[in-house]
Design a protein. Structure first.
Length: 364
């Protein structure tokens, strides 16, 4: 079976995606912030890429070289940005496939310059500052400024595009006017050192969007790298706009068993298939449905939200999801298909899982 006949299935609505992107672009540009569209969250899925590519974004971005290769095969018009600092072992592909990359190591910068010279091209770089989230980035501000001066004056096959920061992805640090103000101040110091304006001062990802939307983005921060909020209409840290679609993606899973069973396991409790102790509530005998989808497909079952009122997810194993359907037991039978809303974390897993059919609303 293929396409519309195959489950589990993830469907994308390109129209809703386009409306999300257009609405966020318009509001961010009012704060003088341009957008980079990040497609790693959907494994560079082509219908999503096509929406992003037609939107006039500054770059399309991903963290994986294999996804860059997919994007090149689609003949996209938008420049490509690699947003994970490239490994030395993948520099040949990174320089060949990406127009630019995020960078945080001087050794990698020098090797990238040599590789770009071998390929006879110029490669753009954005130097990352670590402002407290403790993932990638120069920790020493003076070292970043020195690296910028080296790129500008000595590494002839690199073009210094700007500076950037990552916040909230590892250290859970909230982007705010203080840390992004630090980034803007650092950009001004780099500009003074190289004698020109930087085209890109990138203030982070979807969790920074609220600053552009409420008008508090520090002056000088002119770019955001957005994936999550464009795809699922919201981001963590309370960035929950009322003008975006939350349902551009629909997950569908088929019922393979439906019957009354006790709600509390029988026997000596130990751990589940993932080595975790389960927590169960004894609610008596209730109607339960078993779905042919599991944690291998989407990650954490808590990241799914049933669309049918009365359906409650109880848990999951690697290949099965168990839902309580007591409240709707007269409406659920074997062979039925239940729909779920997904968040960004589940979207990443679903689009990287071969067993999930990817379909386009109204198409194949």
């Amino acid at each position: 079976m293929k396409g519309k006949d195959r489950y589990p299935q993830l469907e994308v609505d390109p129209g809703k995606l386009k409306e999300n992107l257009t609405a966020l672009q318009r509001r961010c540009q009012a704060s003088f912030v341009d957008l980079i569209g990040v497609v790693k969250g959907v494994n560079a899925w082509e219908p999503v890429v096509r929406v992003f590519d037609g939107a006039g974004l500054a770059y399309l971005a991903t963290s994986r070289v294999d996804q860059l290769r997919k994007l090149r095969a689609m003949d996209v018009r938008t420049p490509l940005l690699l947003i994970r600092v490239p490994m030395l072992s993948e520099l040949e592909d990174a320089v060949s496939l990406a127009d630019a990359s995020l960078q945080s190591e001087r050794a990698v910068l020098r090797a990238a310059n040599e590789e770009a010279a071998r390929q006879g091209k110029k490669h753009g770089v954005v130097l990352m500052a670590d402002l407290g989230d403790l993932r990638e980035g120069f920790w020493d501000r003076e070292e970043l400024i020195a690296a910028a001066a080296e790129v500008e004056g000595e590494l002839a096959n690199l073009t210094l595009l700007g500076v950037g920061v990552n916040l909230s992805c590892y250290g859970s640090i909230r982007p705010d006017a203080n840390n992004l103000g630090e980034l803007a101040a650092l950009a001004r110091r780099v500009e003074a050192a190289i004698g020109r304006k930087l085209p890109i001062v990138s203030g982070g990802a979807s969790t920074s969007t609220y600053l552009a939307l409420d008008g508090t983005m520090p002056r000088g921060v002119n770019n955001l790298r957005l994936g999550e909020i464009l795809l699922v209409g919201r981001a963590n840290y309370g960035c929950d706009p009322d003008f975006t679609h939350r349902d551009a993606f629909t997950l569908r899973a088929e019922v393979i068993e439906c019957r009354d069973k006790p709600s509390f396991p029988i026997g000596q409790l130990t751990v589940d298939a993932y080595g975790h102790a389960g927590h169960y509530e004894d609610r008596g005998v209730r109607r339960r449905a078993l779905l042919a989808i599991g944690r291998v497909d989407y990650g954490d079952w808590a990241d799914l939200t049933p669309r049918m009122p009365g359906v409650e997810i109880l848990g999951a194993s690697s290949d099965h999801t168990i839902v309580d359907v007591e409240a709707v037991k007269d409406r659920i039978a074997v062979g039925d298909v239940l729909e779920f809303d997904v968040n960004y974390a589940s979207l990443v897993n679903l689009t990287n899982t071969p067993g999930v059919a990817l379909v386009v609303k109204g198409g194949a």
